[in-house]
Write a protein that binds this ligand. Structure first.
Ligand SMILES: *[C@@H]1O[C@H](CO)[C@@H](O)[C@H](O)[C@H]1NC(C)=O
Ligand SMILES: *[C@@H]1O[C@H](CO)[C@@H](O)[C@H](O)[C@H]1NC(C)=O
Ligand SMILES: *[C@@H]1O[C@H](CO)[C@@H](O)[C@H](O)[C@H]1NC(C)=O
Length: 447
């Protein structure tokens, strides 16, 4: 699965937005709906008579003899059992805990999910607001009346075309995964790992099964495994790398200069996609599959190797004179970042460098990464004690960061704090007394 791995969510997507993110009404996501000794059942907190910690890690014994109906009946016999089916598990000399398939048909208002993992990791997930808080998923999986239509592009496959004007910050969609699998499943022998995956698909609600089978596959090997491999995203839950299958996101095509960005929110176990600039009806909605702050040759090689296609977007296919200019700008962005990241007393960083960097991102149409350039600007202004420029750029950085890194990202939170109170941040007046001479910053030199 790793080789065919989908978009790496961690640090690969960048986003931008011109519309205020605060306009988007947000549900409070973090408050726990249920006390820790109770679980959410039929929309209400009920005391949990099932104590997952009692018998971990061997609570679920391998039991491949149960039919679906029998495993549903077994699950129903245990009061407040959090899964719809009794988990099926396998273990061997290489596993430290049995690896099971945990399936909930009520998850996300009936969309359902199956999790192939150890029971300790699966039960950790149950504590997330996605499972425990009734309102956490209110804005998720609302796929009725979407702002786009599906379209078949000759030679490129299907994609999404906007059918109304989208502004920066507009939610395109947000979804929960149908499948979450942990890499520990690869410790199982192949037949058992595949059996858990098939079992998982069979336990999904009917509509979700239909979505799963409609996923693209490469017609290689096992049909369930192939669909998971072709469509999986790398996600992180409590520091654990896992793979998730999100059917909606799989419909978005790549562009090196995308107009939308996505992030994974581990509290709601949801994947959000937002417009990062104005998208007019008739335009394709695109995201990036790779890190775009790299030379054209590296981007193209990466897309070919991991995704099997030749990059044809404008920043790959432009005249060589223009793509060389673009590569130069990308290299200069990297040089400026190095200079601005130098916090020693020998640092030559100046606000002018950050302003140049912001301009380079805009020239490159790398709007998705602008949050990072604005962060550099906020910090360098703060370091010279320029309060209101620090506030201005911290606000811009946070606003862009939300769409690209999510509501809870540490950098975004840092920028929010700076926007309120630059004097209390670590960078405040750090460089006061340093030379600050425009034109003497020596950026642009290659290291
Ligand atoms: C496992 O299956 C057997 C019969 O096939 C059944 O008696 C037993 O209760 C099952 N175990 C669980 C935990 O459901
Ligand atoms: C856009 O297309 C979707 C179908 O994909 C449809 O449900 C929606 O009503 C359309 N919106 C507009 C504004 O036409
Ligand atoms: C356990 O790991 C070893 C070494 O990778 C491998 O040879 C063996 O086949 C594995 N056992 C199982 C049951 O997969």
């Amino acid at each position: 699965m790793k080789s065919a791995l989908g978009l790496t969510l961690l640090g690969s997507a960048y986003a931008l937005s011109e519309q205020k993110v605060v306009d988007i009404p947000q549900q409070p996501l973090l408050s726990d709906a249920c006390p820790s000794n109770s679980i959410l059942h039929n929309g209400e907190c009920q005391p949990s008579t099932f104590d997952p910690s009692s018998g971990l890690p061997n609570n679920f014994k391998s039991n491949s003899t149960l039919s679906l109906d029998e495993s549903r009946a077994s699950a129903e016999k245990v009061a407040n059992f959090p899964w719809t089916f009794w988990p099926e598990c396998y273990s061997n000399e290489n596993t430290t805990e049995p690896v099971c398939v945990f399936s909930s048909q009520s998850f996300a208002n009936g969309r359902g999910v199956f999790i192939v993992s150890t029971s300790s990791l699966a039960y950790q997930m149950l504590k997330k607001p996605a499972f425990s808080q009734p309102n956490a998923l209110e804005r998720i999986n609302n796929h009725a009346n979407p702002p786009f239509v599906q379209h078949d592009f000759p030679g490129k496959g299907r994609g999404l075309i906007a059918n109304k004007t989208l502004h920066r910050g507009d939610q395109i969609f947000a979804s929960t995964p149908l499948v979450i699998t942990n890499p520990v499943s690869y410790q199982l022998v192949e037949t058992e790992r595949l059996r858990l995956a098939h079992r998982g698909v069979d336990t999904l609600p009917q509509d979700s099964q239909t979505l799963f089978w409609a996923l693209l596959d490469h017609f290689k090997g096992d049909p369930v495994d192939d669909r998971i491999n072709t469509n999986a995203f790398e996600i992180e839950i409590d520091g654990e790398g896992q793979y998730a299958v999100l059917p909606e996101i799989a419909m978005l095509n790549h562009d090196c200069r995308p107009n939308a960005a996505y992030f994974w929110d581990e509290e709601t176990l949801s994947h959000y996609v937002h417009a990062t600039q104005t998208i007019y009806p008739g335009e394709e909605i695109t995201i990036t599959y790779i890190n775009n702050e790299r030379s054209r040759a590296k981007r193209m090689a990466n897309l070919k190797r991991n995704w099997g296609f030749d990059c044809s977007c404008s920043s790959c296919s432009a005249h060589p004179v223009l793509t060389a200019e673009s590569d130069d700008r990308i290299a200069q962005i990297a040089d400026l970042a190095t200079a601005l990241d130098d916090w020693t007393s020998a640092s030559s960083a100046t606000p002018e460098m950050a302003e140049a960097m912001i301009s380079l991102y805009q020239q490159e149409r790398l709007y998705a990464s602008l949050g990072l350039a604005y962060k550099h600007a906020a910090e360098v202004y703060s370091s010279f004690g320029d309060k209101y420029n620090a506030i201005k750029y911290a606000r811009l950085s946070a606003e862009h960061g939300y769409l690209d890194k999510g509501w809870r990202d540490r950098d975004v939170m840092e920028m929010r704090n700076m926007a309120k109170n630059p004097e209390t941040t670590w960078s405040w007046k750090k460089r006061v007394g340093h030379k600050r001479l425009a034109g003497e910053h020596g950026c642009g030199h290659r290291h």
